[in-house]
Every structure is written in structure tokens, then in C-alpha cells.
Unconditional design. Structure first.
Length: 146
């Protein structure tokens, strides 16, 4: 049973790893982001995740994300940063920006390479700030033992 569970877990890991790619530390507007994108998926597949992305609200421009990805890796100029969905003639369309085509649209069911999330990377200061707390807790434990 243990071997079966291990096999299934590894299989799921490989399948997930092939369909998802993450670009690390892409600088957009002075903030680093880890951007996850998926190839050969439709907007409808990840709409809920994309709706929560920082470029969706247009607080950060989707063109800034596309340009930052393009500048960091010139081969990635067709990642779609979807920023809205509209209905024309009874068909849902995803409005998106990519570096190759600029601002354009595609049917929400059409497959493409979509950025599905972007997570702000924390600055090193908060990580380093925990070190004094850890030291304080060690000293406190020593005092309690004595």
C-alpha cells in the first residue's frame, strides 16, 4: 500500500510540474513577484485564480507584467496576462495583454499560455528580522531551565 501511495504521489507531482511553470523574482514596479503560468489552458480553466492576480484589478498594469517577463527572458513574449472578461454576441472573451500582440482578446474557452498567479516575494528584511526573536527565545528557554 505504501508503494502504491508513493507511486500515485510521484505521478501527480510529475503531471503538475509539466503543466505549471514559475518565473522567480520578476521585478514589476519595484516589487519582485513569482509568476506562475500554465500552457495550453483556457481562461475559463483558471478564471478564479486569475481574478485574484495583482494585475487583474489594474492597480498594476498587465502590460508592466508582460514587459517585465519579456525583459527577464526574451523567449517568453506570449504569456497572456488576462485583465477582464466581456461578452460580445453571446460569447465570453478574455481581454489580455502579452508582449507579442499588445492588448487583445480571445474567446474564454480558447487555449493559450496564461499567467495564473503572481505572488509578491518578501524582502529579506522581514526574514532577517526574525533572527533576533529566535535568539531571544533561546535565551528565555535557558533561563527557564536554570
Amino acid at each position: 500500500m505504501k508503494i502504491f501511495i508513493t507511486f500515485v504521489s510521484l505521478f501527480l507531482l510529475v503531471v503538475t510540474a509539466k503543466s505549471q511553470t514559475t518565473l522567480s523574482a520578476i521585478n514589476v514596479g519595484g516589487q519582485d513577484y513569482d509568476i506562475t503560468y500554465r500552457t495550453d489552458v483556457s481562461f475559463n480553466d483558471y478564471q478564479a485564480t486569475i481574478d485574484d492576480a495583482p494585475w487583474w484589478s489594474l492597480a498594476l498594469n498587465p502590460s508592466d507584467f508582460a514587459t517585465a517577463v519579456y525583459n527577464s527572458n526574451n523567449a517568453l513574449n506570449t504569456i497572456r496576462f488576462a485583465y477582464d472578461e466581456q461578452t460580445f454576441g453571446g460569447t465570453d472573451y478574455a481581454l489580455y495583454f502579452d508582449q507579442a500582440n499588445g492588448s487583445t482578446n480571445a474567446a474564454s474557452t480558447a487555449n493559450g499560455t496564461y499567467a495564473v498567479s503572481a505572488v509578491a516575494v518578501p524582502a529579506p528584511l522581514p526574514i532577517l528580522g526574525i533572527l533576533p526573536v529566535v535568539g531571544f527565545l533561546k535565551r528565555m528557554r535557558r533561563r527557564q531551565r536554570a
